[in-house]
Design a protein around this ligand. Structure first.
Ligand code: G3I
Length: 457
């Protein structure tokens, strides 16, 4: 009881403060009783994560008012309890509100039963608050939380602090791809490698006791030019690929415990393999060959197939599952990466869940491997508006909820494809402005970050 009394006093005191702080007591604002005009609503004060104090300037000697609070500026609907709520003061605490939501309020005076006109309308944006103790990795007790990184970022103290605070797994965005490592073949047939970038990432992960997921041994979008123009026979080409996979897996044996062996081998909206150099030079079973090369190099490393749009492209999903089933038959696969490059409004939680279950029922590890959530896929906004931020938060919540509901034995990691919005590949690839990640360009946590955390409460 005592606590409530104190709370009530504080709230009343807050109103009193609003009253004193307003220019109402300056004397020149006391309207004579017959100037029955609308009060003037003022900016809200004492905004917290679930309440604010509405305040207004007294319009006449009376002090009875009706307060309206709504989630829309036209007051088509009202927040429960705030449709003409009687207030005998020049301010009122509006509570039990939702975080990250915009509210509008207005007020009118009541004198001898007559109502004044409505006041002006005030917008109040209730912000989220972040529990500083909670981090993404501490909230995710049953799976790794990963982030895509680059050598220049891990050497940046500000990025590094956040990587270590929030994540326990890393994926090299580009540094461990073939184009980054494989520099050429000398005239004796020896491979020339540049391990500098990939070593930087692996060493950083090792030094900070973080998991490192290997991305990716074979990908048609990361073939060095000398290999594109390889003049040898197909058998010689295949021997180069086998040596490359063996050398890379061997170098990081015991440090990199999982690899995307082949990335994006299935064509979009198709039942066939993508027409790539590997298909043309190694034949239609090139995927299985590459998985076999990796398995031969390290019997303990976990081998993943990684692709995008498998969640909702039914033809592509069917083809990928056929390829995965074939690898399962040869005991060559341990997990599947669903990249999760999705939109704020698509795909639905149920579609994500259904696609995920396809992997779980095959008793494979699931990696949501490259999560980002576009909020401007159609280029119809030029600012990160509130309703897209909230929709993104909900979509991230959907994804993490589905992932967290996977049986623990099939959880591997949920990896976001970058740290802050303006680091994302999306703007360069699609041309629209976008805000697809969990941190904004100033490295502040976004509502999407909250969506991630809330799914794990
Ligand atoms: O490093 C060179 C730089 O020296 C040069 O000046 C510049 C000129 O454009 O290019 C730089 O390389 C770029 C590289 O990212 C590093 O920034 C490449 O052009 C650019 O194509 C490359 O884009 C990456 C893309 O994969 C292709 O490798 C994106 O950062 C990366 O986010 C994206 O990630 C892929 C996943 O690996 C697989 N799933 C899809 C995902 C998005 O495409």
């Amino acid at each position: 009881m005592k606590k409530i009394k104190i709370t009530y006093f504080l709230k009343t005191f807050a109103c009193l403060l609003a009253f004193i702080s307003s220019d109402i007591v300056s004397g020149n604002n006391f309207a004579t009783i017959n100037e029955f005009v609308a009060p003037v609503a003022k900016q809200a004060i004492n905004e917290k994560h679930n309440e604010f104090t509405a305040s207004w300037q007294q319009a006449s000697a009376n002090n009875e008012y009706q307060l309206d609070v709504s989630r829309n500026s036209s007051f088509l609907t009202y927040v429960n309890g705030y449709n003409g709520k009687i207030v005998n003061d020049v301010c009122a605490v509006v509570s039990n509100l939702e975080e990250n939501t915009e509210y509008y309020y207005r007020v009118r005076a009541v004198v001898d039963g007559k109502l004044s006109k409505n006041s002006n309308v005030i917008l109040v944006s209730i912000q989220a608050t972040f529990n500083k103790e909670l981090t993404l990795k501490s909230a995710a007790t049953d799976f790794l939380v990963g982030v895509a990184v680059n050598p220049n970022r891990i050497s940046n103290a500000i990025y590094s602090e956040i990587y270590q605070r929030e994540f326990n797994s890393l994926t090299a965005e580009n540094a461990m791809k073939m184009k980054s490592i494989f520099q050429g073949i000398d005239n004796m047939g020896n491979h020339i490698y540049d391990w500098s970038k990939s070593d930087a990432i692996v060493n950083y992960a090792e030094a900070n006791d973080m998991n490192i997921h290997g991305h990716t041994l074979i990908w048609h979008e990361s073939i060095p030019d000398f290999l594109q123009n390889f003049s040898g026979t197909n058998d010689q080409f295949q021997a180069v690929i086998e040596t490359y996979i063996t050398d890379v897996v061997n170098r990081y044996q015991g440090k990199v415990d999982s690899w995307d062996v082949v990335n994006e081998a299935i064509d979009d909206n198709s039942v066939s393999l993508r027409n790539t150099l590997f298909l043309n030079r190694m034949g239609k079973d090139y995927v299985k060959k590459c998985f076999q090369f990796a398995r031969n190099a390290d019997a303990n490393v976990m081998l993943f197939y990684n692709d995008y749009n498998l969640i909702f492209d039914s033809k592509k999903q069917k083809s990928a599952l056929a390829l995965i089933d074939d690898l399962i038959k040869s005991d060559l696969i341990d997990g599947v990466g669903y990249q999760m490059h999705i939109n704020y409004d698509f795909p639905s939680k149920s579609v994500i869940r259904s696609a995920t279950n396809q992997i779980v029922k095959r008793q494979l590890l699931v990696h949501f491997s490259e999560l980002d959530v576009k909020v401007n896929p159609n280029g119809d906004i030029d600012q990160f508006i509130k309703n897209r931020a909230l929709a993104q938060r909900n979509k991230v919540n959907d994804v993490v909820t589905v992932y967290n509901n996977i049986p623990n034995k099939f959880k591997y990691a949920l990896t976001v494809w970058g740290l802050k919005d303006d680091d994302s590949w999306i703007m360069q690839r699609y041309g629209n402005m976008d805000w697809p990640l969990l941190f904004d360009s100033s490295l502040n946590k976004k509502e999407a970050y909250l969506g991630f955390i809330e799914a794990l409460k």
